[in-house]
Design a protein around this ligand. Structure first.
Ligand code: OAD
Length: 232
């Protein structure tokens, strides 16, 4: 089976009702990124940051995977699919994809403020207790914080992602503005023989001279078209 590797971003979940970040009316218009998605913002006002992610977590309980997520999961019948996602939601999991690498953390998890990547203190919150508050402590005695990679923090999962990207026979970029590194830089690891697809309803500026097959559509329609074209 061919290796099909997907790099997904916020646009993947847009049709499920989760806002993107940089589109007009996106999350970073409503909440200043430096307040809610940086270690400095967290240090300054941990309660605000904890509240912001509690709200995101509550919203996640109200949404469902869209057809795009579902089709990617169904593609596992024909391809060895690896989903590398910048999204912190779990809609790829909910749709049934089985091999998912979360570059930017996971909304349903919390971790230690002292060492966010210490596996001993990363825990999944059950749906009935998805809110954390000041005073909730990780096993090392530090405040529990959202398991989210903020701007200015290391992205350790990039190391897990790179070998899969190198092995890709087909590389598919879906719903990301390709503004954030190191995620956007994964394209540089794709072999020259590999076919690259880009699914996005808007034009995306990509920092590469390689040939890219553009499907200018939303995630659901775009993945359906990709499937048709891969079968041709
Ligand atoms: P952006 O908000 O930067 O980009 C979203 C992309 O989705 C844009 O290219 C849109 O055109 C596209 N889009 C919109 N609707 C779509 C649809 N229905 N189907 C497919 N695509 C659609 O989001 P990301 O590139 O994911 O990091 O942003 C990367 C990272 O920056 C995020 O993981 C987040 C953010 O700050 C952290 O929070 C650490």
């Amino acid at each position: 089976m061919k290796n099909l590797v997907v790099l997904s971003g916020a646009g993947m979940s847009a049709e499920s009702g989760i806002s993107t970040f940089r589109d007009a009316g996106g999350l970073w218009d409503k909440y200043p990124v430096e307040q809610v998605a940086t270690p400095e913002g967290y240090q300054r006002d941990p309660a605000l940051v904890i509240h912001f992610y509690n709200e995101r977590r509550k919203q996640l309980l109200e949404v469902k995977p869209n057809r795009g997520h579902e089709l990617l999961a169904e593609m596992e019948k024909d391809f060895h699919v690896t989903v590398i996602t910048q999204n912190v939601d779990n809609l790829h999991e909910q749709a049934g994809s089985t091999h998912i690498i979360h570059l930017h953390g996971e909304l349903t998890k919390v971790c230690s403020s002292k060492d966010p990547y210490d596996p001993r203190y990363i825990k999944e919150l059950p749906p009935e207790a998805i809110e954390i508050k000041i005073g909730d402590l990780a096993g090392d005695g530090s405040q529990l914080r959202p398991f989210i990679v903020w701007f200015g923090e290391a992205v350790p999962e990039i190391e897990t992602a790179i070998p899969w990207v190198k092995k890709a026979d087909i590389f598919v970029i879906i719903g990301t503005s390709m503004n954030v590194y190191p995620a956007a830089g994964l394209l540089n690891y794709v072999s020259p023989e590999t076919e690259v697809w880009l699914i996005d309803p808007n034009e995306v500026r990509i920092d590469s001279f390689r040939k890219i097959n553009v499907v200018q559509k939303g995630a659901s329609e775009g993945v359906a078209e990709l499937l048709t074209r891969l079968r041709q």
